[in-house]
Design a protein around this ligand. Structure first.
Ligand code: SAM
Length: 383
């Protein structure tokens, strides 16, 4: 039997105690959490894929519980999903099992560790009371500190999320957040530039002129401040929004950036399977959690909207996923896959290099610091 590379598994938990006004993830706030029913649906669908072409018999290199707020689920439920995944797909010895958690759920953290989670990703966002309030967060900075104390006791590996470019945030606020984060010597930090996503509360407030985004020059200064402060704490930038100590880069996210296979299970999750000789196939799950559970109960799976990528779509994906990382892309790998050098397909590349937004050396193409600031506009040009 041919050796097949291990794959990554994403499990989406679509529930939150509160909807954050800036968030456009697939999230529901419900009065009664259907923990048992939803866990059963995930477990059942795992069984479906264990028997499916492309996944059968393969081992697992990373497992990521994302949300929503997976930490609303008790350790028993999370443990049941991990256990089922382990029965169906052998775990590699160094498997990374991450769970996204909110500071107010710290009572569960030791239980998650016992259930097999080995990396916790904490949604801190900020340590400044006025910014937490602006972001509509339920937790205080003290909750976050207490959560980080618990995490440090239980987990060798963890990450925390910060948001910057929040309305009314100053450079001083940001320095405070970075220092507060570094107090806990995190192996990994994600620092996201606040985006005003359509159909979110923040988007409507922006349209009505009730909030203003941070000025562009301030955001540029903030990005530089983040990179410098975190480097001072031993964390190097390795992706647009991600910083890690050497060896502590997220193994799971790397699979997305490098075009590896991932299986997404749970309401609205996405999957990708590279196929021999073609450009791969992607699909997604039914988004609505109730319909998701109904479909899994009926059919064993809620997957839909299958799409076989053509060369143009696969090339675009290769570019904008690879360019998210500081390593960038290999122009030879691109040429091997698509028959031409990137600049032959995307002539804008020369102008970006000229303008200092992109760097090209030793067979690699990557965004520089200025390029990262306008990454979304650059990525649009590929699609
Ligand atoms: C799935 S979300 C939420 C995880 C966790 N439940 C929480 O509330 O912290 C993952 C991360 O995306 C980031 N995020 C969500 N919406 C964002 C936005 N509009 N702009 C920037 N970052 C955002 C936040 O940092 C958040 O921690």
């Amino acid at each position: 039997m041919a050796l097949v590379a291990p794959f990554s598994l994403y499990l989406h938990i679509p529930y939150c105690a509160l909807k954050c006004p800036y968030c456009d993830f697939n999230v529901r706030v419900v009065r009664a959490l259907p923990e048992r029913e939803y866990t059963s649906a995930i477990v059942r669908e795992l069984g479906h894929y264990a028997d499916a072409e492309g996944w059968r018999g393969r081992s697992l290199r990373s497992l990521f519980f994302g949300g929503g707020t997976p930490s609303l689920f008790a350790p028993q439920a999370i443990g049941a999903m991990i256990e089922r995944a382990a029965e169906l797909f052998p775990f590699t010895s160094d498997i990374e099992i991450t769970l996204e958690a909110n500071p107010e759920d710290r009572r569960y953290f030791a239980g998650y560790r016992a259930a097999g989670v080995n990396r916790l990703s904490l949604g801190a966002q900020s340590f400044q009371p006025h910014l937490l309030s602006c972001l509509g967060r339920r937790h205080s900075a003290d909750d976050t500190r207490a959560a980080l104390e618990t995490i440090r006791r239980e987990f060798d590996n963890f990450s925390l999320d910060l948001i910057y470019g929040i309305p009314a945030q100053t450079l001083e606020d940001l320095r405070g957040d970075l220092a507060a984060a570094l107090d806990f010597s995190p192996p990994h930090v994600s620092a996201y530039n606040l985006t005003f996503e359509e159909r979110t509360e923040f988007y409507y407030r922006l349209k009505r002129g009730r909030i203003a985004p941070a000025p562009e020059e301030l955001e540029i200064a903030m990005a530089a401040t983040i990179e410098e402060a975190l480097a001072g704490g031993g964390l190097q930038r390795y992706e647009i929004s991600n910083y890690a100590r050497p060896g502590k880069e997220s193994r799971h996210n790397r699979v997305y950036w490098e075009g590896g296979d991932y299986l997404g299970i749970g309401a609205g999750a996405h999957s990708f399977l590279a196929a021999d000789g073609a450009f791969g196939r992607r699909w997604r799950e039914e988004k609505n959690p109730i319909r998701y559970m109904e479909r899994v109960a009926r059919d064993g799976t809620a997957s839909m909207e299958y799409e076989n990528l053509d060369a143009a779509k696969a090339a675009a994906e290769f570019m904008f996923m690879g360019l998210r990382t500081t390593r960038g892309i290999s122009t030879n790998d691109f040429a091997r896959r698509f028959g031409k050098k990137p600049a032959e397909i995307y002539p804008q590349i020369d102008a970006w290099v000229e303008a200092g937004l992109m760097e090209s050396d030793s067979g690699r193409l990557r965004l520089g610091r200025r390029g990262f600031m306008v990454a979304d506009e650059i990525f649009l040009a590929f699609v």
